[in-house]
Each structure stands twice: as C-alpha cells, then as structure tokens.
Design a protein around this ligand. Structure first.
Ligand SMILES: Cc1ncc(C[n+]2csc(CCOP(=O)(O)OP(=O)(O)O)c2C)c(N)n1
Ligand SMILES: [Mg+2]
Length: 241
C-alpha cells in the first residue's frame, strides 16, 4: 500500500505563503506595471473595513484577488470556486449585502466579467443595496488572451476589446453607466487616487462602481494551473510544502 503523504500544517502553509509573497509585500519595490496592480489589493485591504465581505470572479483578476485579498475573519470571502463563472461575483455580492447589511461588501472582478451582468447596478439601485464593484479594467479577457499566447504561438484572437477599424482599446465608460443608473461611479487611472476613492465608496451608502484602469500585460504570478490538453499541466508554482 502506498504511504500517504502527511498534510503540511496550516501554520507551515501560511509561513510558506508569506515567504512566497514576500516580493509583493511592498509595492514600492515592484516594477511597473506589477507595482500598480499589486497596489490595488494593498490599498483595498487598507481602505475597506476588517470585516468587509469580498466576492471574486473569474480570469486573471479573480486569480489575483483570491491570492492577494487577505480575509481577516471567517465568512468574509466568497467565490464560485471551480465553476469560475464570470459575472457571479458582481451579482452574488448583492446577496451578501442583503444577508449582512451592516458590513461593507465589495466585488472584485475584471472588466470582461462585469460585462456579463452590467444590469446588476440597476438592480442595486432599485432595491437600495449599497455594494461596491471594484472593476479591474485591462480592456480584455486577459486570462484568455494569455492562454491564446501559449496555444496560438503568440497570436491573439478577439480577446482584446478594440474598435476594430482603428485598433484603439475600447470599453464602455463603466463609471458613467453606474451614474446613469442612479449609482455612483468613478474611473481611476492614477493609483494615488485609489485609497480616497475607496473611502468615498465606503462612506457613500450607495451602490458604487470603481473602474480601475490596469496595465495587466505582465500580471502577478498565479499559483493555480489549468488542465488544457494537449499541453501537460505545469508544475505547481506554490505547493505549501
Ligand atoms: C460565463 C463564463 N464564460 C466564459 C468563461 C471563460 N473565461 C474564463 S476567464 C475569462 C476572461 C475573464 O476576463 P476578465 O473578467 O476581464 O478578467 P481578466 O482575465 O482580464 O483579469 C473567460 C472568458 C467563464 N469562466 N465564465
Ligand atoms: Mg479584463
């Protein structure tokens, strides 16, 4: 009989994770654009209260959020797990807010995921559900664009959002859309504006969308692996052992 490998203790896993994450512990030392991307999570952790409920979605944004968001108390983090369905987090966060109205509730999702269910803002306004959507906007289905890079020899097919005649990056103005629904919305291009905007969102008591423009060409390292035949599954980046 094969001997079962003992599971590493939780404390050991945490220590390993701390070591793995050390290079990201201070965004000041990170190269651009990594620095900017990491800062979103660091600023969010500082700006949102300790018991904030966070929901995360699919894509690179979901992968980064699941790794970088530090849930400090139980029952404060929700995601669709392996289903990984885009749009889930933007909707589910309203359910969370109805369940725990006294807590700040924040959805962290990508622009592609938010575009699956942009009508959530109208619902939140109709029923006065003051949640916050933190949309990391890289003008693409970034995760799929990355996979295409590997599968198609660097060729990208329809995963960047562009005006096709000019090649210019395109997305609707999400913040304007939020305001037109009767919610609040802000677009953030300068990372220095992140913290004050997040604080305004918490204080507003209204549904609030923060459209954060990110340059995610070079993202944070993801520890998860996708099974994508015929390619072999890559070795785990982080094992916690
Ligand atoms: C409903 C649904 N359709 C398709 C997919 C496959 N898929 C996984 S990630 C992704 C792109 C996600 O884009 P975005 O939300 O902008 O995140 P990014 O990777 O750019 O950070 C797609 C299409 C999915 N997970 N769910
Ligand atoms: Mg995206």
């Amino acid at each position: 009989m094969r001997k079962k490998k003992p599971r590493p203790s939780e404390r050991l896993c945490r220590a390993e994770w701390g070591w793995f994450s050390l290079p990201f512990s201070d965004s000041e030392f990170l190269p651009y654009p990594l620095k900017e991307l990491f800062r979103v999570f660091a600023e969010a952790r500082k700006a949102f209260p300790r018991n904030t409920v966070v929901s995360t979605d699919a894509g690179n944004t979901g992968g980064w959020a699941v790794q970088q968001w530090l849930a400090l108390e139980p029952y404060n983090y929700i995601c669709a797990g392996g289903f990984n369905s885009m749009g889930w987090a933007a909707s589910a966060i309203m359910g969370a807010k109805l369940a725990v109205p006294q807590r700040t509730c924040v959805c962290i999702c990508g622009d592609g995921s938010f575009m699956m269910v942009p009508h959530v803002i109208a619902t939140a306004v109709e029923y006065s559900i003051p949640v916050i959507w933190l949309v990391l906007n890289d003008y693409s289905w970034g995760a799929i664009k990355g996979l295409q890079g590997a599968y198609l020899g660097g060729r990208e097919y329809a995963t960047s959002f562009r005006i096709h005649k000019t090649g210019q990056s395109y997305n609707p103005d999400f913040a304007a859309w939020a305001r037109s629904c009767g919610a609040e919305g802000e677009q953030i291009k300068d990372p220095a504006d992140l913290a004050p905007a997040m604080e305004r969102a918490v204080k507003s008591g209204k549904p609030y969308l923060l459209d954060v423009i990110v340059d995610a060409e070079e993202g944070l390292p993801l520890t998860s692996n996708w099974e994508m035949p015929p390619y072999p599954i890559g070795p785990p980046v982080f094992t916690g052992e």
